[in-house]
Design a binder for this molecule. Sequence first.
Ligand code: IPE
Ligand code: IPE
Ligand code: MG
Ligand code: MG
Ligand code: MG
Length: 301
Amino acid sequence: MTDNFAARLETTAQEVAAALEALLSETVLDGEIARPGYLLAAMRHGVLNGGKRLRPFLVVETARLLGAPELAARRVAAALECIHCYSLIHDDLPSMDDDDLRRGQPTVHVAFDEATAILAGDALLTLAFDILSSPETDLPADAKLRLVNQLARASGIGGMVGGQSLDLDAERVAPDEAGIVKLQAMKTGALLRYACAAGAIAAGADDQVLARMTRFGEIIGLAFQLADDLLDVTSDAATLGKAAGKDAGRGKGTLVSLHGVAAARQRLDGLVEEAAELLEPFGGKAETLRQAAGFIASREH
Ligand code: IPE
Ligand code: IPE
Ligand code: MG
Ligand code: MG
Ligand code: MG
Protein backbone atom coordinates (compact mmCIF):
# COMPACT_ATOMS: atom_id res chain seq x y z
CA MET A 1 0.00 0.00 0.00
CA THR A 2 1.57 3.32 -1.04
CA ASP A 3 1.42 6.36 1.26
CA ASN A 4 -0.72 8.14 -1.29
CA PHE A 5 -3.23 5.29 -1.38
CA ALA A 6 -3.37 5.06 2.41
CA ALA A 7 -3.94 8.81 2.65
CA ARG A 8 -6.75 8.66 0.12
CA LEU A 9 -8.43 5.79 1.92
CA GLU A 10 -8.23 7.72 5.18
CA THR A 11 -9.48 11.01 3.70
CA THR A 12 -12.47 9.36 2.03
CA ALA A 13 -13.31 7.48 5.23
CA GLN A 14 -13.31 10.78 7.13
CA GLU A 15 -15.39 12.60 4.53
CA VAL A 16 -17.97 9.84 4.39
CA ALA A 17 -18.04 9.61 8.20
CA ALA A 18 -18.73 13.36 8.33
CA ALA A 19 -21.57 12.95 5.84
CA LEU A 20 -23.00 10.06 7.89
CA GLU A 21 -22.64 12.05 11.10
CA ALA A 22 -24.76 14.83 9.58
CA LEU A 23 -27.34 12.38 8.22
CA LEU A 24 -27.66 10.74 11.64
CA SER A 25 -28.15 13.99 13.53
CA GLU A 26 -31.11 14.86 15.75
CA THR A 27 -32.47 17.24 13.14
CA VAL A 28 -35.96 16.18 12.12
CA LEU A 29 -36.35 16.35 8.33
CA ASP A 30 -39.29 17.57 6.31
CA GLY A 31 -41.79 14.68 6.26
CA GLU A 32 -40.46 13.11 9.47
CA ILE A 33 -42.32 13.49 12.77
CA ALA A 34 -39.55 12.89 15.35
CA ARG A 35 -36.26 11.01 15.72
CA PRO A 36 -36.47 8.87 18.87
CA GLY A 37 -33.23 9.29 20.80
CA TYR A 38 -32.62 5.69 21.82
CA LEU A 39 -33.07 4.40 18.27
CA LEU A 40 -30.90 7.19 16.86
CA ALA A 41 -28.17 6.34 19.37
CA ALA A 42 -28.29 2.68 18.29
CA MET A 43 -28.07 3.65 14.61
CA ARG A 44 -25.12 5.90 15.36
CA HIS A 45 -23.45 3.11 17.31
CA GLY A 46 -23.81 0.80 14.31
CA VAL A 47 -22.53 3.32 11.78
CA LEU A 48 -20.13 5.80 13.39
CA ASN A 49 -17.81 3.19 14.78
CA GLY A 50 -14.75 3.11 12.60
CA GLY A 51 -15.55 0.73 9.75
CA LYS A 52 -13.02 0.58 6.96
CA ARG A 53 -15.53 2.31 4.63
CA LEU A 54 -14.35 0.21 1.69
CA ARG A 55 -17.64 0.34 -0.17
CA PRO A 56 -17.79 4.16 0.08
CA PHE A 57 -14.17 4.31 -1.09
CA LEU A 58 -15.03 2.28 -4.20
CA VAL A 59 -18.02 4.53 -4.98
CA VAL A 60 -15.97 7.70 -4.55
CA GLU A 61 -12.95 6.45 -6.51
CA THR A 62 -15.02 5.06 -9.39
CA ALA A 63 -16.92 8.34 -9.48
CA ARG A 64 -13.66 10.29 -9.49
CA LEU A 65 -12.20 8.17 -12.28
CA LEU A 66 -15.26 8.75 -14.47
CA GLY A 67 -15.89 12.38 -13.55
CA ALA A 68 -19.02 12.31 -11.33
CA PRO A 69 -19.68 15.28 -9.01
CA GLU A 70 -17.84 14.75 -5.76
CA LEU A 71 -20.53 15.74 -3.26
CA ALA A 72 -23.20 13.62 -4.91
CA ALA A 73 -20.81 10.66 -5.05
CA ARG A 74 -20.21 11.05 -1.32
CA ARG A 75 -23.94 10.89 -0.65
CA VAL A 76 -24.26 7.75 -2.77
CA ALA A 77 -21.35 6.33 -0.79
CA ALA A 78 -23.06 7.22 2.51
CA ALA A 79 -26.30 5.58 1.37
CA LEU A 80 -24.46 2.36 0.54
CA GLU A 81 -22.62 2.40 3.87
CA CYS A 82 -26.01 2.66 5.65
CA ILE A 83 -27.11 -0.55 3.91
CA HIS A 84 -23.81 -2.24 4.78
CA CYS A 85 -24.02 -1.21 8.44
CA TYR A 86 -27.64 -2.39 8.64
CA SER A 87 -26.54 -5.73 7.19
CA LEU A 88 -23.84 -6.04 9.87
CA ILE A 89 -26.23 -5.16 12.73
CA HIS A 90 -28.67 -7.85 11.58
CA ASP A 91 -25.88 -10.33 10.73
CA ASP A 92 -24.65 -10.12 14.33
CA LEU A 93 -28.07 -10.72 15.93
CA PRO A 94 -28.49 -13.73 18.24
CA SER A 95 -30.75 -15.41 15.68
CA MET A 96 -28.13 -14.99 12.98
CA ASP A 97 -24.37 -15.15 13.73
CA ASP A 98 -24.83 -14.29 17.39
CA ASP A 99 -21.76 -12.06 17.65
CA ASP A 100 -20.86 -9.75 20.54
CA LEU A 101 -18.02 -7.86 18.92
CA ARG A 102 -18.03 -5.67 15.81
CA ARG A 103 -15.42 -3.12 14.79
CA GLY A 104 -13.79 -3.67 18.17
CA GLN A 105 -16.93 -2.67 20.08
CA PRO A 106 -20.00 -4.40 21.49
CA THR A 107 -22.51 -5.18 18.75
CA VAL A 108 -25.67 -3.08 18.66
CA HIS A 109 -27.91 -5.70 20.30
CA VAL A 110 -25.37 -6.00 23.13
CA ALA A 111 -24.89 -2.25 23.63
CA PHE A 112 -28.66 -1.58 23.32
CA ASP A 113 -31.12 -4.47 23.05
CA GLU A 114 -32.19 -6.93 20.40
CA ALA A 115 -35.44 -5.24 19.39
CA THR A 116 -33.66 -1.89 19.06
CA ALA A 117 -30.92 -3.52 16.95
CA ILE A 118 -33.57 -4.87 14.58
CA LEU A 119 -35.18 -1.44 14.34
CA ALA A 120 -31.83 0.32 13.90
CA GLY A 121 -31.16 -1.94 10.91
CA ASP A 122 -34.62 -1.28 9.50
CA ALA A 123 -34.21 2.48 9.85
CA LEU A 124 -30.75 2.45 8.22
CA LEU A 125 -32.15 0.49 5.29
CA THR A 126 -34.81 3.12 4.65
CA LEU A 127 -32.40 5.98 5.35
CA ALA A 128 -30.26 4.77 2.44
CA PHE A 129 -33.13 5.31 0.03
CA ASP A 130 -33.94 8.66 1.62
CA ILE A 131 -30.36 9.80 1.00
CA LEU A 132 -30.31 8.69 -2.63
CA SER A 133 -33.69 10.12 -3.55
CA SER A 134 -33.32 13.38 -1.61
CA PRO A 135 -33.06 16.66 -3.60
CA GLU A 136 -29.71 17.18 -1.91
CA THR A 137 -28.25 14.36 -3.96
CA ASP A 138 -27.57 16.57 -6.93
CA LEU A 139 -27.65 14.24 -9.93
CA PRO A 140 -29.93 13.96 -12.98
CA ALA A 141 -33.28 12.36 -12.08
CA ASP A 142 -32.73 9.35 -14.35
CA ALA A 143 -29.36 8.60 -12.72
CA LYS A 144 -30.92 8.83 -9.26
CA LEU A 145 -33.76 6.53 -10.20
CA ARG A 146 -31.30 4.00 -11.55
CA LEU A 147 -29.17 4.28 -8.40
CA VAL A 148 -32.25 3.67 -6.23
CA ASN A 149 -33.42 0.74 -8.32
CA GLN A 150 -30.01 -0.93 -8.50
CA LEU A 151 -29.43 -0.47 -4.76
CA ALA A 152 -32.77 -2.14 -4.04
CA ARG A 153 -31.79 -5.08 -6.23
CA ALA A 154 -28.28 -5.35 -4.76
CA SER A 155 -29.67 -5.30 -1.22
CA GLY A 156 -32.82 -7.39 -1.39
CA ILE A 157 -33.89 -10.93 -2.18
CA GLY A 158 -31.74 -11.14 -5.30
CA GLY A 159 -28.72 -9.66 -3.56
CA MET A 160 -27.46 -9.28 0.01
CA VAL A 161 -30.55 -10.48 1.89
CA GLY A 162 -30.98 -13.43 -0.47
CA GLY A 163 -27.33 -14.28 0.07
CA GLN A 164 -27.77 -14.18 3.85
CA SER A 165 -30.64 -16.63 3.44
CA LEU A 166 -28.47 -18.99 1.38
CA ASP A 167 -25.77 -18.57 4.03
CA LEU A 168 -28.21 -19.83 6.67
CA ASP A 169 -29.07 -22.81 4.45
CA ALA A 170 -25.36 -23.53 4.12
CA GLU A 171 -25.14 -24.21 7.87
CA ARG A 172 -27.61 -27.05 7.42
CA VAL A 173 -26.61 -28.51 4.04
CA ALA A 174 -23.06 -27.89 2.82
CA PRO A 175 -23.16 -26.28 -0.63
CA ASP A 176 -20.81 -27.32 -3.44
CA GLU A 177 -18.29 -24.86 -4.85
CA ALA A 178 -20.76 -23.29 -7.26
CA GLY A 179 -23.21 -22.87 -4.40
CA ILE A 180 -20.60 -21.15 -2.24
CA VAL A 181 -19.61 -18.81 -5.06
CA LYS A 182 -23.26 -17.89 -5.65
CA LEU A 183 -24.06 -17.23 -2.00
CA GLN A 184 -20.95 -15.11 -1.60
CA ALA A 185 -21.64 -13.17 -4.78
CA MET A 186 -24.98 -12.33 -3.21
CA LYS A 187 -24.32 -11.82 0.50
CA THR A 188 -21.16 -9.73 0.05
CA GLY A 189 -20.51 -9.36 -3.65
CA ALA A 190 -23.73 -7.55 -4.51
CA LEU A 191 -22.95 -4.45 -2.42
CA LEU A 192 -19.36 -4.23 -3.66
CA ARG A 193 -20.55 -4.68 -7.24
CA TYR A 194 -23.05 -1.88 -6.62
CA ALA A 195 -20.30 0.35 -5.22
CA CYS A 196 -18.42 0.30 -8.51
CA ALA A 197 -21.52 0.41 -10.70
CA ALA A 198 -22.91 3.34 -8.71
CA GLY A 199 -19.82 5.47 -9.28
CA ALA A 200 -20.25 4.88 -13.01
CA ILE A 201 -24.00 5.60 -12.95
CA ALA A 202 -23.41 8.83 -11.02
CA ALA A 203 -20.89 9.84 -13.68
CA GLY A 204 -23.37 9.15 -16.50
CA ALA A 205 -20.99 6.56 -17.98
CA ASP A 206 -21.98 4.76 -21.18
CA ASP A 207 -23.15 1.11 -21.11
CA GLN A 208 -19.74 -0.28 -22.00
CA VAL A 209 -17.95 1.53 -19.18
CA LEU A 210 -20.76 0.67 -16.77
CA ALA A 211 -20.46 -3.01 -17.70
CA ARG A 212 -16.70 -2.91 -17.20
CA MET A 213 -16.95 -1.26 -13.78
CA THR A 214 -19.73 -3.64 -12.77
CA ARG A 215 -17.51 -6.59 -13.67
CA PHE A 216 -14.65 -4.97 -11.73
CA GLY A 217 -16.98 -4.75 -8.72
CA GLU A 218 -17.92 -8.42 -9.08
CA ILE A 219 -14.28 -9.48 -9.03
CA ILE A 220 -13.60 -7.24 -6.05
CA GLY A 221 -16.62 -8.77 -4.32
CA LEU A 222 -15.30 -12.30 -4.77
CA ALA A 223 -11.87 -11.24 -3.56
CA PHE A 224 -13.36 -9.45 -0.57
CA GLN A 225 -15.30 -12.43 0.77
CA LEU A 226 -12.42 -14.81 0.06
CA ALA A 227 -10.18 -12.53 2.14
CA ASP A 228 -12.84 -12.39 4.89
CA ASP A 229 -13.00 -16.19 4.98
CA LEU A 230 -9.20 -16.44 5.03
CA LEU A 231 -8.98 -13.95 7.89
CA ASP A 232 -11.62 -15.92 9.78
CA VAL A 233 -9.20 -18.88 9.71
CA THR A 234 -5.83 -17.14 9.99
CA SER A 235 -6.41 -14.09 12.21
CA ASP A 236 -7.74 -13.35 15.69
CA ALA A 237 -10.45 -11.26 17.28
CA ALA A 238 -8.06 -8.59 18.58
CA THR A 239 -6.80 -7.89 15.04
CA LEU A 240 -10.16 -8.25 13.32
CA GLY A 241 -12.29 -6.35 15.81
CA LYS A 242 -14.81 -9.19 15.41
CA ALA A 243 -14.82 -12.88 16.30
CA ALA A 244 -12.48 -15.21 14.41
CA GLY A 245 -12.83 -18.93 13.76
CA LYS A 246 -16.59 -18.56 13.39
CA ASP A 247 -17.01 -20.26 10.04
CA ALA A 248 -15.42 -23.56 11.05
CA GLY A 249 -17.19 -23.32 14.41
CA ARG A 250 -20.55 -23.20 12.66
CA GLY A 251 -19.52 -25.77 10.04
CA LYS A 252 -19.86 -23.11 7.35
CA GLY A 253 -18.52 -24.15 3.97
CA THR A 254 -16.24 -21.57 2.38
CA LEU A 255 -13.71 -21.79 -0.44
CA VAL A 256 -11.07 -21.87 2.28
CA SER A 257 -12.62 -24.88 4.02
CA LEU A 258 -13.03 -26.55 0.62
CA HIS A 259 -9.57 -25.97 -0.87
CA GLY A 260 -7.34 -24.83 1.99
CA VAL A 261 -5.53 -21.60 2.79
CA ALA A 262 -2.78 -21.84 0.15
CA ALA A 263 -5.19 -22.45 -2.75
CA ALA A 264 -7.45 -19.64 -1.51
CA ARG A 265 -4.48 -17.23 -1.47
CA GLN A 266 -3.61 -18.27 -5.01
CA ARG A 267 -7.15 -17.68 -6.16
CA LEU A 268 -7.02 -14.23 -4.53
CA ASP A 269 -3.90 -13.32 -6.51
CA GLY A 270 -5.69 -14.38 -9.68
CA LEU A 271 -8.68 -12.19 -8.86
CA VAL A 272 -6.46 -9.15 -8.21
CA GLU A 273 -4.82 -9.67 -11.62
CA GLU A 274 -8.20 -9.99 -13.29
CA ALA A 275 -9.36 -6.79 -11.62
CA ALA A 276 -6.24 -4.95 -12.83
CA GLU A 277 -6.83 -6.14 -16.41
CA LEU A 278 -10.31 -4.67 -16.38
CA LEU A 279 -8.83 -1.27 -15.50
CA GLU A 280 -6.26 -1.28 -18.30
CA PRO A 281 -8.23 0.97 -20.69
CA PHE A 282 -8.14 3.74 -18.06
CA GLY A 283 -4.35 3.72 -17.78
CA GLY A 284 -2.66 5.53 -14.90
CA LYS A 285 -5.88 7.32 -13.92
CA ALA A 286 -7.14 4.06 -12.41
CA GLU A 287 -4.10 3.51 -10.21
CA THR A 288 -6.06 4.05 -6.97
CA LEU A 289 -8.72 1.50 -7.94
CA ARG A 290 -5.98 -0.93 -8.97
CA GLN A 291 -4.43 -0.57 -5.54
CA ALA A 292 -7.85 -0.92 -3.92
CA ALA A 293 -8.14 -4.41 -5.43
CA GLY A 294 -4.78 -5.37 -3.95
CA PHE A 295 -5.68 -3.84 -0.61
CA ILE A 296 -8.97 -5.73 -0.37
CA ALA A 297 -7.20 -9.01 -1.07
CA SER A 298 -4.30 -8.52 1.33
CA ARG A 299 -6.04 -6.58 4.13
CA GLU A 300 -5.32 -7.60 7.68
CA HIS A 301 -8.74 -6.87 9.12
C1 IPE B 1 -17.48 -7.21 6.88
O1 IPE B 1 -17.32 -6.17 5.98
C2 IPE B 1 -18.65 -8.04 6.57
C3 IPE B 1 -18.63 -8.76 5.31
C4 IPE B 1 -19.42 -8.40 4.35
C5 IPE B 1 -17.78 -9.92 5.13
P1 IPE B 1 -16.10 -5.16 6.17
O2 IPE B 1 -14.84 -5.94 6.38
O3 IPE B 1 -16.11 -4.18 5.04
O4 IPE B 1 -16.49 -4.46 7.53
P2 IPE B 1 -16.26 -2.98 8.06
O5 IPE B 1 -17.28 -2.13 7.41
O6 IPE B 1 -14.86 -2.54 7.73
O7 IPE B 1 -16.47 -3.12 9.54
C1 IPE C 1 -21.66 -11.07 6.45
O1 IPE C 1 -20.87 -12.18 6.25
C2 IPE C 1 -22.30 -10.61 5.21
C3 IPE C 1 -23.28 -9.55 5.49
C4 IPE C 1 -23.34 -8.84 6.58
C5 IPE C 1 -24.25 -9.29 4.48
P1 IPE C 1 -20.14 -12.72 7.57
O2 IPE C 1 -21.12 -13.19 8.57
O3 IPE C 1 -19.05 -13.64 7.15
O4 IPE C 1 -19.49 -11.35 8.05
P2 IPE C 1 -18.68 -11.16 9.41
O5 IPE C 1 -17.54 -12.14 9.35
O6 IPE C 1 -19.66 -11.39 10.52
O7 IPE C 1 -18.21 -9.73 9.32
MG1 MG D 1 -23.02 -14.05 8.58
MG1 MG E 1 -21.18 -12.63 10.68
MG1 MG F 1 -17.00 -13.64 7.98
